[in-house]
Design a binder for this molecule. Structure first.
Ligand code: UDP
Ligand code: MG
Length: 174
């Protein structure tokens, strides 16, 4: 489910109701530099603490074809060959995060592309000082998220499950 109605589980019968929320899914890639720095756990923890639900997760090694598809919007840039080498020479961790306005929320947690200018408290601000080796990728729009999740995950690799404490994550009228 990307948007709309979600029946809240984990409430008693009187409290159980159908609520409206912009529940979205978005793709996150923990890049090779984060794995080398040993900060993958700290990065994942930030999304969990925010209340986002991890609905798929795996490690892959991207090949050149996949990198070219994923970074097609940058293929003409002078830094593209270095970017392709960087993201293909080492495995990456992928996960899909789900939650209210997840695409925007994840980008806010990640911070701007140029980590040198990324505020402290964002992942890029705290774990990188580079525009290239900026530790993480996150989908930049709802449309991109749909395409990127399809690019990296088969349907059967994505899961649907309920948090038992939904009541403490969102109000019923959000
Ligand atoms: N990148 C780079 N040099 C640049 C701009 C981008 O090496 O001048 C790399 C960097 O790893 C960035 C990725 O290309 O995360 C994708 O760039 P995009 O503009 O899509 O930024 P993002 O969506 O990752 O913030
Ligand atoms: Mg981007």
């Amino acid at each position: 489910m990307d948007r709309g109605k979600q029946e809240v589980q984990g409430r008693n019968e009187e409290e159980k109701e159908v609520i409206f929320m912009n529940i979205e899914k978005t793709l996150v890639i923990i890049k090779p530099d984060a794995i080398q720095k040993g900060v993958t756990g700290e990065i994942i923890a930030r999304f969990e603490r925010k209340g986002l639900k991890i609905v798929g997760m795996k490690m892959i090694q991207m090949d050149e074809k996949l990198a070219k598809e994923h970074y097609a919007h940058l293929a003409d840039k002078p830094f593209y060959p270095d970017l392709e080498k960087f993201v293909t020479e080492h495995p990456v961790l992928l996960f899909v995060a789900e939650g209210k306005e997840a695409v925007e929320v994840v980008r806010l947690i990640v911070g701007p592309t140029n980590a040198t200018k990324a505020p402290a408290g964002t992942i890029r601000g705290d774990f990188s000082n580079s525009t290239s080796r900026n530790v993480i990728h996150a989908s930049d729009s709802k449309e991109t998220a749909v395409k990127e999740i399809k690019r990296f995950f088969k349907n059967e690799e994505l899961f649907s499950y309920e948090f038992r404490n939904e009541y403490y994550r969102y109000a019923a009228d959000e």
